[in-house]
Write a protein that binds this ligand. Structure first.
Ligand SMILES: [Zn+2]
Length: 180
């Protein structure tokens, strides 16, 4: 099981095979979807999903918080086989991808996959852009806001723990091995 916290701090465990499915917090009503293009090992948690895109405008799913995890690129598009499916007319089948740049806090770069309608960040069209806290991303009919402070939000509510006790994403070691 993967143990994560809602933005309201309510704990939640998610089965490894339920990555990509939405769940609704019983405490605050926020819909959260863990998104990851690889199979995470049991024991993964908040540190593995410390960045998020929240849908702030769109044809559906407004308010949904999409937490980003894993090492491989997260594919975004209308096609149901994308890691993150955004099903709306102005979204291309393979519209964009998110590329991990760093860990703890996570940094992600968004890259346009030669989509028909492009990607806009803070109302400027971009080919690629490293996302910053608060960036507003336009993908077709959806507007999403980036937050890379999910783990900081959580740590402000919970007792401080040193990096050796879980603040570092558990897959950071695997990433170093993979890129060595
Ligand atoms: Zn909640």
């Amino acid at each position: 099981m993967i143990a994560v916290s809602c933005r309201c701090a309510a704990p939640r465990t998610v089965a490894e095979n339920s990555i990509g499915q939405a769940f609704v917090c019983k405490t605050c009503g926020t819909t959260t979807r863990l998104t990851c293009a690889e199979r995470l090992k049991a024991g993964s948690g908040d540190g593995d999903f410390d960045a998020a895109l929240t849908i702030i405008f769109g044809p559906d799913r407004i308010g949904e918080r999409i937490q980003l995890g894993g090492i491989p690129d997260i594919q975004i598009g209308k096609s149901p086989d994308r890691t993150l499916c955004l099903n709306a007319p102005a979204v291309s089948r393979a519209h964009a991808r998110l590329v991990r740049v760093d860990f703890g806090p996570s940094r992600w770069r968004i890259v346009d996959q030669r989509s028909t309608n492009g990607i806009f960040v803070n109302e400027r069209r971009i080919a690629e852009h490293t996302l910053q806290e608060g960036d507003v991303v336009y993908i077709g009919n959806y507007v999403l806001q980036f937050c890379n402070a999910v783990s900081r939000e959580a740590s402000q509510r919970q007792p401080q723990v040193g990096p050796e006790f879980g603040a570092v994403p558990s897959f950071e070691v695997a990433f170093k091995i993979a890129s060595a």
